[in-house]
Design a protein around this ligand. Structure first.
Ligand SMILES: NC(=O)c1ccc[n+]([C@@H]2O[C@H](COP(=O)([O-])OP(=O)(O)OC[C@H]3O[C@@H](n4cnc5c(N)ncnc54)[C@H](O)[C@@H]3O)[C@@H](O)[C@H]2O)c1
Length: 389
C-alpha cells in the first residue's frame, strides 16, 4: 500500500512520518510521498537529523504540486494521510475519498458536523476507511480506564477537569500563519483530545459547551484565541472543565502540561480517575541541551507518547501510543485490501460500532462540540447546545 501524506509540518516530523517509516521498515507499507505547498517544509523534513538517524536509507518522495494532483496520481485504495491545518482537512479528505483513497487524518476531523456527515457518507458509499488519529485513545491508561469504566468500577462520571497547554515557543512556529481567531482557537486545536477521551472512556455524549477565550498576539501580529477555558456538559448532566493554551513556559520541563481528573460516583460511593499525562515518572537533568524546539536542560520525557529506542539497529525504533495509533489505523486500511465493496462496508461498520478507532460515524460529537465552541467563543462564552451527533 502506497502512502501520500499531505502536509509535512510539525506533526509529520514528530509522529506521523516516523510511524509510517517504521511500518515501511516492517514491510507493511510501500512508497511514501509527502506533499507540501512549501519547499522549506519538505526540505526540513527530508533533512531532519532524528529521522536520518532513526531510518537510515529510508526516504520519502517530496511533492510540491497541489495535493489534488498528488492524490489523483495514486492507484485506488492506497492511504492518504492528512496533516495540514484544521480548516483545510475537509476539502483534502473529500478529495482523497473521491479518488477512492483510504484516509488517516490528524484530529480534528473537520470543524463542522455537516462536513463530518458528508465525509461519512462519501466513505460509506465507496467502502473506504477514514480513521481520525486521536492518539490519546491508544495510551494504555485510556484503554484501561475505558475498560474499567465499562465494567462499572467507577460508577458514573460527575465532574471533571482537564488541561493541555502547549509551550510558548509554538507562537514562533508556522502556527502564526494559520492559528488566527477566524480559523481556530486553543480549545478547538487541543481541547478536543480530552472531550474525545471522556466520551471514549464513559460512552457519554456532550450536550452543551461554553468557551471563554482570551485573544493574544503571535510575533507576526496575528491575533489568536491563545488561552481558552471550556465547560462541557454531558448527556447525564456531568460537567467537564477544559483549559487550553499556547503559553506554557518554555523553561518548564516536558513538551507541554496536560492531564485529566474525573470524579465519579454510584449512589453509595465516590470514585476517582486521575491521569497525569505530562509527568510519566522520568526526570532527567542533562549536561548539555539535547537541541530541537523547546528542549530544556531539565526534562521529563514521556516514553508513553513517542520516543525512539535503540533495539540493535539499523537505526532507531519508534515506541509509544503515537506510533501505535498510526499503526492501528494503517493496519485497518491494510485489512481491507482485496475485499469487495460489501465486505469492506461490513468491516467498516464493525469498526464504527467497536469504537476503538475514531471514525466520522462514531466520533462526530467532536465536530458538533467544535462547532458549538466556535460560536460560544465568539460570543464571550455563551453556552451553546451541541447538535445531536
Ligand atoms: N496532538 C495532535 O493530535 C496533533 C498535534 C499537532 C498537530 N495536529 C494537527 O495536525 C495538523 C497540522 O498541524 P502541524 O502542527 O503539523 O502544523 P504545521 O503548521 O507545522 O504544518 C502544516 C503543514 O501543512 C502545509 N500546508 C498547508 N496548506 C497546505 C496545502 N494546501 N497543501 C499542502 N501542504 C499544505 C504547511 O506548509 C505546513 O508545512 C493540524 O490539523 C493539527 O491540529 C494534531
Amino acid at each position: 500500500m502506497r502512502v501520500a501524506m499531505i502536509g509535512g509540518g510539525m506533526i509529520a516530523h514528530d509522529q506521523l512520518l516516523p510511524s509510517l517509516y517504521q511500518l515501511q521498515r516492517l514491510g507493511r507499507l510501500g512508497e511514501i510521498e509527502v506533499c507540501d505547498q512549501k519547499r522549506e517544509s519538505l526540505e526540513a523534513l527530508a533533512e531532519a537529523p532524528v529521522l536520518l538517524r532513526a531510518f537510515p536509507g529510508q526516504k520519502f518522495m517530496p511533492r510540491l504540486e497541489p495535493y489534488e494532483e498528488v492524490i489523483a496520481s495514486l492507484p485506488p485504495r492506497q492511504l492518504v494521510v492528512t496533516a495540514i491545518p484544521d480548516h483545510l482537512h475537509c476539502e483534502a479528505i473529500l478529495c482523497a475519498l473521491r479518488h477512492d483513497q483510504h484516509v488517516l487524518t490528524v484530529k480534528p476531523l473537520v470543524l463542522k458536523l455537516e462536513h463530518a456527515r458528508l465525509i461519512e457518507r462519501e466513505a460509506r458509499d465507496r467502502g473506504l476507511l477514514v480513521g481520525v488519529e486521536y492518539h490519546k485513545r491508544f495510551d494504555d491508561r485510556s484503554l484501561l480506564a475505558r475498560r474499567r469504566y465499562q465494567e462499572g468500577f467507577f460508577g458514573e462520571f460527575r465532574l471533571g477537569t482537564a488541561c493541555l497547554l502547549e509551550k510558548w515557543y509554538y507562537r514562533h512556529s508556522n502556527f502564526q500563519n494559520w492559528f488566527s481567531c477566524e480559523a481556530t482557537d486553543a480549545f478547538t486545536y487541543i481541547g478536543c483530545h480530552y472531550v474525545d477521551l471522556v466520551a471514549f472512556i464513559t460512552g457519554l455524549r456532550p450536550v452543551e459547551v461554553s468557551v471563554y477565550g482570551i485573544r493574544d498576539r503571535f510575533p507576526n501580529g496575528v491575533e489568536g484565541w491563545l488561552w481558552t477555558d471550556a465547560r462541557v456538559i454531558w448527556s447525564n448532566g456531568a460537567c467537564l472543565n477544559v483549559q487550553n493554551a499556547i503559553g506554557f513556559p518554555d523553561a518548564a520541563p516536558g513538551t507541554n502540561t496536560q492531564g485529566l481528573t474525573m470524579y465519579c460516583s454510584t449512589a453509595e460511593r465516590g470514585a476517582w480517575i486521575r491521569h497525569d499525562d505530562q509527568y510519566r515518572g522520568i526526570q532527567y537533568s542533562y549536561v548539555k541541551n539535547p537541541g530541537g524546539a523547546g528542549s530544556t536542560l531539565y526534562a521529563e520525557p514521556s516514553t508513553d507518547y513517542f520516543q525512539y529506542v535503540d533495539l540493535g539497529g539499523p537505526g532507531l525504533v519508534p515506541v509509544g501510543y503515537g506510533y501505535r495509533s498510526v499503526a492501528y489505523i494503517a493496519e485497518r486500511a491494510l485489512e481491507l485490501e482485496g475485499l469487495g465493496l460489501e465486505e469492506r462496508r461490513a468491516k467498516l461498520a464493525e469498526w464504527d460500532r467497536g469504537g476503538v478507532m475514531a471514525t466520522p460515524a462514531n466520533s462526530s460529537y467532536n465536530e458538533a462540540v467544535i462547532e458549538a465552541a466556535r460560536l460560544s467563543i465568539a460570543e464571550g462564552g455563551r453556552p451553546i447546545a451541541v447538535s445531536e451527533a
